[in-house]
Design a protein around this ligand. Structure first.
Ligand code: ASP
Length: 325
């Protein structure tokens, strides 16, 4: 990216922050932060297309829950996206297994893990939330439930992903490490025109993982958490490290204690660094958060994590997250 583009991005970034957040008034306690709603945020650059779909729901006065589900269905259906839904890279046995969860403003939540053959894992998670007394279904049970609820069964392994897997098999090096080139969950959090929060998170997880490995993304409190009184958070990166600190629940609780979304994300990242100083240099974890006032922020371990924001006046812009390293 050239300097002009970078500075334009920074300009947009700071003007966006200025519009959505009033940090000085907050700092000195003179006024409440301006509420910009509706708003939707999502992880990585494919969040732009996902946000656009979510915005259709939000701008029509729809519910945040419907918006996040509609939004994440975009990368789930995109065969070119090799880390979410259809076209996701398989596990070491060549099986595409999906993890997803969803949470609404009432604290209702649903989740599926290690789901095969069904592209829209977050929609299955929503059905788990709405139609069962449970929070989480896994593996064959999740598949059976999806088929019973009329989700189509299909092969999720695209020729491109199969080719990449076969290439990987030539060395079959098992390194459960995610760097900035090998990741990409979509986590999406939104506040609707009524000020209600919801979130969804969906992924094919770590490429070439052990069969049955489940990351943070379908774990309520790790890959996603929503508390309608306080805010919402989602994460991406090496799920094992996010699970160890129950990352998104931590971020929401830090916001409850008064930290801004960016500060809360930063504190969570720093906790990973403190616990794993060496390992944290080689992995990526990123958090994205939104509070009840419409303030938002992100923080990650390594440079390279970005997120998309769609609200007023910020129209679906991509921002670079600040990083620890
Ligand atoms: N968090 C996901 C996992 O560990 C992967 C990612 O976001 O890159 O499964």
């Amino acid at each position: 990216m050239d300097t002009k583009q970078t500075s334009r991005r920074n300009l947009l970034k700071y003007s966006a922050i200025g519009a959505a957040v009033l940090p000085l008034t907050n700092l000195f306690g003179k006024a409440k932060a301006k509420v910009e709603k509706p708003i939707v945020l999502s992880t990585w650059n494919f969040g732009v297309a996902a946000n656009a779909e979510a915005w259709k729901v939000l701008s029509a006065g729809g519910r945040a829950l419907d918006a996040v589900e509609a939004g994440v269905r975009v990368p789930e259906a995109d065969g070119k996206n090799n880390s979410v839904g259809y076209g996701g890279l398989p596990d070491r046995d060549g099986r595409v297994t999906l993890d997803a969860c969803i949470m609404d403003e009432f604290g209702n939540c649903g989740s599926v893990a290690s789901l095969e053959y069904v592209m829209h894992a977050a929609s299955v998670a929503r059905k788990v939330m709405e139609k069962t007394p449970h929070v989480m279904l896994v593996g064959d049970g999740a598949l059976q439930f999806a088929l019973d609820n009329d989700f189509p069964k299909q092969n999720l392994l695209t020729p491109e992903s199969e080719k990449a897997w076969k290439q990987w098999l030539t060395t079959a090096q098992y390194k459960p490490i995610i760097n900035v080139e090998n990741h990409d969950t979509i986590g999406m959090i939104a506040m609707d025109a009524n000020g209600n929060l919801s979130g969804a998170c969906t992924t094919s997880g770590l490429a070439y993982k052990m069969h049955g490995r489940v990351g943070d993304s379908p774990i309520i409190g790790a890959g996603l958490y929503v508390d309608n009184e306080i805010g919402a958070a989602t994460s991406t990166g090496l799920g094992e490290e996010v699970i160890r600190i129950v990352g998104c629940h931590l971020v929401v609780e830090l916001m409850r204690q008064g930290q801004t979304p960016e500060q809360a994300c930063r504190t969570a990242v720093e906790r990973i660094v403190k616990k794993q100083p060496q390992k944290s240099k080689d992995i990526q974890v990123g958090f994205l958060a939104l509070n009840k006032q419409g303030e938002y922020g992100a923080f990650c371990l390594q440079k390279g994590f970005n997120y998309a924001v769609y609200s007023n006046p910020v129209k679906n812009q991509l921002f670079d997250s600040k990083s620890h390293y």
